[in-house]
Design a protein around this ligand. Structure first.
Ligand code: TK8
Length: 363
């Protein structure tokens, strides 16, 4: 693996050799080292460009696809990842594509499987269509705080879940945060279960979410995130549910009037790498990338929690906010118990037990 240092040395070696051929070398080399260039040393410039283009040529471009926009803490995390990787090696040029420019979550996962995209950081909910055990993260009202989520995801349970995606030609490298999801709609304030009756709610492409909203009396429909804003604008759906940063920073308040603090489920983001691309990298390169994915993930979580507080305050200025009382939260939880029972077998009884036992350790 070529480090910054080795490239620099390579540069020096190239210029030195070329200067040697051109005569008057002594003077030339002194000028280069200073880093200043003057007109009569044209030749060294040329070789410099040559070596820069060699580096670029050998650089591999790694594209990251995310669905949220460039104001979101996930985008900040992705730029942090780029900075960390590119500060450690010249081997990679990291390009970040936000707002689903390349693909929505589900399609991006498929592209990784085919090796036509290198990195995506989707919500775990669409991943259930590929690895059913990921359904544990969609069981409502299980994780009680971001801190608990960190303990579970950064522990043996989280490691096990990351390993599970390998069966799908994916490499799971780190846990980032999407956050606690809250309901918005354009029809009426939602303060109790009955207020949900018949509301057309967009959900992620995930059977557990669909069943949960159906059980609560709403009329849910699965849809990619990239189609959501237009669907709300055109009234195809009445509402949706997402963490506060996404609701504010995607300007959902322009097409939604009511916000309810349901906090009904915590959704992680997972940092995924294409296995076929991963297997082509050297162990050193893999270490740089996985270390950066973890470090940028920690940065993303901190930023996301700050943003969640800032966004809720901002949204209270644009929308009618309804706090859900503890008693009403209890009714929500009781109402969807059959959904959890139904999906335990789909997800896998053992993994659900393991998840709930792990949670009990911390809450
Ligand atoms: C963005 C999605 C989004 C998720 C959703 O690609 O689909 O509502 O919450 O963050 O991952």
């Amino acid at each position: 693996m070529r480090t910054k240092i080795s490239n620099l040395l390579m540069l020096f070696f190239l210029v030195f050799t070329l200067a040697g051929c051109g005569g008057g070398s002594n003077s030339t080399s002194s000028e280069i080292i200073d880093g200043e260039q003057n007109s009569d040393t044209a030749e060294p410039m040329e070789s410099e460009n040559e070596s820069v283009s060699n580096v670029e040529e050998e650089q591999r471009t790694l594209r990251i696809s995310i669905g949220v926009n460039d104001k979101h803490p996930e985008y900040e995390g992705a730029m942090k990842f780029k900075e960390l990787v590119e500060s450690k090696t010249d081997d990679f040029n990291i390009e970040v594509y936000h707002s689903g420019q390349i693909a929505d979550d589900r399609s991006a996962i498929e592209m990784l499987q085919f090796g036509t995209l290198e990195i995506t950081i989707p919500s775990t909910s669409p991943l259930v269509n590929f690895v059913r055990e990921y359904g544990v993260f969609d069981l409502p009202f299980t994780i009680s705080s971001g801190e608990v989520a960190d303990k579970v995801l950064d522990g043996p349970f989280g490691d096990k879940m990351l390993e599970l995606v390998e069966s799908q030609n994916l490499v799971g490298l780190a846990w980032w945060e999407n956050g606690f999801r809250n309901l918005t709609n354009s029809v009426r304030p939602v303060e109790k279960v009955e207020d949900l009756k018949g509301l057309k709610i967009r959900t992620m492409e995930n059977e557990i979410h669909l069943d949960a909203w159906r059980e609560l009396g709403a009329n849910p429909t699965p849809m990619a995130f990239t189609e959501l804003f237009a669907a709300m604008q055109q009234g195809t759906v009445d509402g949706q549910e997402n963490p506060y940063p996404t609701i504010e920073l995607s300007n959902f308040y322009e097409v939604q009037d009511y916000l309810s603090g349901t906090g009904h489920v915590y959704t992680p983001f997972i940092f995924l790498f294409s296995k076929s691309v991963w297997d082509e990298l050297t162990p050193e390169q893999q270490t740089i990338i996985s270390d950066a994915a973890v470090e940028a993930g920690e940065f993303n979580r901190i930023r996301n929690r700050e943003a969640a507080e800032e966004s809720l305050e901002a949204l209270k200025g644009f929308m009618t906010f309804s706090e859900i009382s503890p008693e009403e939260h209890k009714r929500f939880q009781e109402k969807i118990l059959p959904v959890i029972e139904k999906h335990k077998s789909n997800i896998g009884e053992d993994i659900v037990e393991e998840f709930l036992t792990e949670l009990e350790k911390y809450q």
